[in-house]
Design a protein around this ligand. Structure first.
Ligand code: UFG
Length: 323
């Protein structure tokens, strides 16, 4: 298939472009490089364009003959969204509307959308399935939920077929292929643990009085390569499913912040030093996915990579990052 990957220079997007290329799709990456990396675009053609600039989008979609779009462009720092909600809603909601309108104008009727566990808000159950109530705690989560609603309306009004993939905690790297996680600033746990181990500097741990076995937050870490394969399966799914669909993507296993630190120590052979900080605003105690629906509907395998492999891959990447 001829596929446009919007945001394909970002962390998840680069892994998606790689996966689609490996499955013999013809990939074009569109990115404005505001947070993405040109060096991460290693599979397919690159065009620099911006979902906030409709004419630049139209120029890519016009004559592109794309059969589907994978849309991963977003501002995605939870705390950043609380500080700048206008910026986040504009970029994530208006930017998506611009893309959807251009897709409609140019006859592209299939979309895979990068959504998030942040749409659920404070969990009401130990394990979250897709029908869990949606009460996002941040403008970031709310912006993604708004887009999911827009996709449902677009299915009814224009016949757009879509799959929203609700990522839990993406982690790891395809380091042998020269891609991995590189955010500025970095807010995520695994890269921060590894950077602090490399630098010999302390890691900040945000809160240790949560209602979890060791008091630190529990998350569901899923290898970015497993996430990427779900995008390919979602595109296949759209070959014979109309309407708007949504699937959780997680491993189904929960690990605390301290579990991750211990794993990183074991994998790297280094000892971490930790500074305890106040909890971060809006961090739920536990977020663990049920991905049963993705497995039964998309045929997604239960994730192939465990936490040790996730951390080892990220460690190899962080020792010699290509960007
Ligand atoms: N943490 C630390 N120290 C750090 C970084 C993180 O203790 O330096 C803790 C956080 O407080 C949290 C856990 O590690 O308890 C995981 O934090 P991350 O920032 O790695 O991930 P989040 O669970 O906060 O965020 C993820 C996705 C977001 C998504 C969110 C949904 O990255 O895109 O889940 O809640 F919005």
């Amino acid at each position: 298939m001829k596929i446009l990957v919007c945001g394909g220079a970002g962390y998840v997007g680069a892994h998606v472009a790689r996966e689609l290329h490996l499955r013999n799709h013809e990939v074009t990456v569109l990115d404005n490089l505001s947070t993405g990396h040109r060096q991460a675009v290693r599979w397919g053609r690159f065009v620099q364009a911006d979902v906030m600039v409709p004419p630049s989008l139209d120029s890519v979609l016009r004559g592109g003959a794309f059969e589907a779009v994978v849309h991963l462009c977003a501002l995605s720092i939870v705390s950043g969204s609380t500080a700048d909600p206008y910026g986040y809603y504009l970029n994530n909601v208006q930017g998506t509307l611009n893309l959807l309108r251009s897709m409609r104008d140019h006859g592209v009727g299939k979309l895979v959308f990068s959504s998030t566990a942040a749409i659920y808000g404070q969990p009401l159950s130990d394990v979250i399935s897709e029908d869990h109530p949606k009460n996002p705690l941040s403008p970031y989560g709310a912006s993604k939920l708004m887009v999911e609603r827009i996709l449902a309306d677009a299915a009814t009004a224009y016949g757009l077929s879509s799959v929203s993939l609700r990522y839990f905690n993406a982690a790891g790297a395809a380091y042998l292929d020269g891609i991995g996680e590189s955010h500025q600033p970095e807010t995520h746990l695994i890269p921060n643990v590894l950077r602090s181990l490399l630098a010999g500097s302390p890691l900040q741990v945000f809160g240790n009085q949560y209602a979890t076995p060791d008091g630190t937050c529990v998350r569901d870490y899923v290898h970015v390569r497993d996430l990427a394969s779900a995008h390919a399966l979602a595109l296949d799914y759209l070959g014979n499913h109309t309407g708007a669909h949504a699937f959780n993507l997680g491993s189904g296993a929960g690990f605390s912040v301290m579990d991750v630190i211990r794993t990183a120590e074991r994998v790297t052979g280094k000892r971490a030093s930790v500074i305890l900080r106040e909890p971060r605003a809006g961090d739920p105690a536990q977020l663990v996915a049920s991905s049963l629906l993705a497995q039964t509907e998309l045929g997604w395998h239960a994730p192939l990579h465990d936490l040790d492999e996730i951390v080892l891959g990220a460690w190899r990447w962080h020792q010699d990052p290509a960007y």
